[in-house]
Design a protein around this ligand. Structure first.
Ligand code: AMP
Length: 414
């Protein structure tokens, strides 16, 4: 038997109700903030990602699904969305159209990571990008939008972690100090961190290994390297978060994996998620648009994993299953023929979903199926009903049964 590829998954009918609920909610919620949907292709030139994400990052150095196509083009399945949105922003000259552009997306991403619960090789993300403003108010809009989104989804115990990584200059100076500090511990570091120490020491801050976390506790903090305008920017954000009652924690180890971030970075975690605890992550990327050959334009966004959101919602045990409303029981061929027009009419009502038996089973089996589907009403059609032009409608919650004439049936369910 052919099975699905490791790290991918089938989303089965018993899960898709929740997925659809979440996706609909994302569209509705983000539109409330004035964001418009953008859809970019599933694959792009490999160059786009190596130039934006950074060649030393895990994503570019070892996780991308890349191939050379028959025309000799080097292509990659999208491992993250911001680079594609920025590519589209530049290509379609959005900077000339509006001073501020607010985009959101929902799409699949592909990374060859080590699969585990909450971490897949194909996964779904939604995210937003606000392009055009460098003021802290824009950061607040983005961070609070992410936070309120999860509150709306009734997730409790959210943890907002924020940090500022300043300008490119700040990062360069900090990288040097961190390297100097960690050199004293080089022998104690894991092989992975030893390698990172030379090329990308900031990534060591992400370590999940206890003795490395202990070493890092005494490491220099990037926040102490910020220039004054960046410091002020960060303080304004923290003050505003307090004003809108969003609790935060400054996490000195939070630097995010990708090269293009600057100033504000943040993540929202849920303690329902176990080791893959980040629901979403984002930050400013004031240099990226220029880096990808557009006009120098500040921007900020976040990306959020939908699988992790679903895992967290499942743990909260809210019930999102959607059942059909009506099950039509037909007894005999004439009743089946008769039911076709009744179903057509009932389904014209946008709020009704109607199911019937296509296996020609007996009354008992059809009733059993209706119970299993948890419908609110059953309509029974037999020879008598056809003769009298009346249908039997059974309310499955109360158990009561009544006869309704056929020409009143739509009215009955309005
Ligand atoms: P990133 O694009 O790495 O900043 O990730 C943003 C969010 O996407 C994370 O907080 C996760 O919720 C989700 N995410 C990232 N990588 C994966 C993955 N391999 N599988 C499932 N979700 C992921």
């Amino acid at each position: 038997m052919i099975r699905n590829i490791k790290g991918t998954k089938d989303i089965l009918p018993n899960e898709t109700d929740l997925w659809q609920y979440v996706e609909n909610h994302i569209h509705d919620f983000l539109k409330k903030f004035g964001y418009s949907e953008i859809r970019t292709p599933m694959f792009e030139e490999t160059n786009l990602f190596s130039r934006s994400i950074g060649s030393e990052t895990d994503i570019v150095s070892k996780e991308m699904y890349s191939w050379i196509d028959q025309g000799g083009n080097n292509l990659t399945l999208k491992p993250e969305s911001t680079a594609s949105v920025v590519r589209a922003f530049n290509q379609h000259n959005f900077a000339n159209l509006n001073k501020i552009n607010r985009f959101y997306y929902i799409n699949s991403l592909f990374r060859r990571e080590r699969p585990q619960k909450g971490r897949y090789r194909q996964f779904e993300q939604f995210g937003v990008e606000a392009i055009g403003s460098d003021s802290p108010e824009q950061d607040i809009e983005i961070i609070s939008m992410a936070y309120f989104f999860y509150e709306h989804m009734k997730l409790s115990n959210l943890k907002l972690k924020v940090n500022s990584i300043g300008s490119l200059e700040t990062r360069k100076n900090y990288k040097k100090s961190l390297q100097d500090f960690l050199m004293d511990y080089e022998k104690e570091l894991t092989d992975v961190s030893k390698k990172r120490l030379k090329v990308n020491p900031l990534r060591i801050l992400d370590t999940k290994i206890d003795f490395e976390i202990n070493i890092i506790k005494n490491a220099p903090k990037i926040i102490d390297y910020l220039e004054d305008p960046d410091k002020k920017h960060f303080e304004t954000i923290l003050n505003s978060l307090e004003k809108i009652n969003i609790k935060y924690e400054i996490d000195h180890r939070l630097v995010r994996g990708l090269d293009y971030y600057s100033r504000t970075v943040f993540e929202i975690h849920s303690d329902l998620l176990g080791s893959q605890a980040a629901l979403c992550g984002g930050g400013r990327y004031d240099y990226l648009i220029k880096e990808l050959s557009g006009p120098s334009t500040p921007a900020i966004g976040f990306a959020a994993g939908i699988e992790r959101l679903i895992i967290a919602m499942d743990k909260e045990e809210h019930n999102f299953s959607i059942n059909p409303d009506i099950y039509i029981i037909t007894l005999g061929q004439e009743a089946i023929d008769y039911s076709l027009n009744i179903m057509k009419e009932l389904r014209l009502n946008d709020n009704l979903s109607v199911v019937s038996d296509t296996l020609k089973r007996n009354l008992k089996s059809q009733m059993k199926e209706a119970n299993k589907l948890n419908v609110s009403h059953v309509i029974i059609i037999g020879d008598n009903e056809i003769k009298n032009k009346k249908l039997i409608v059974k309310n499955m919650e109360t158990g009561t049964q009544e006869e309704i004439s056929i020409n009143k049936i739509s009215q009955y369910f309005k």
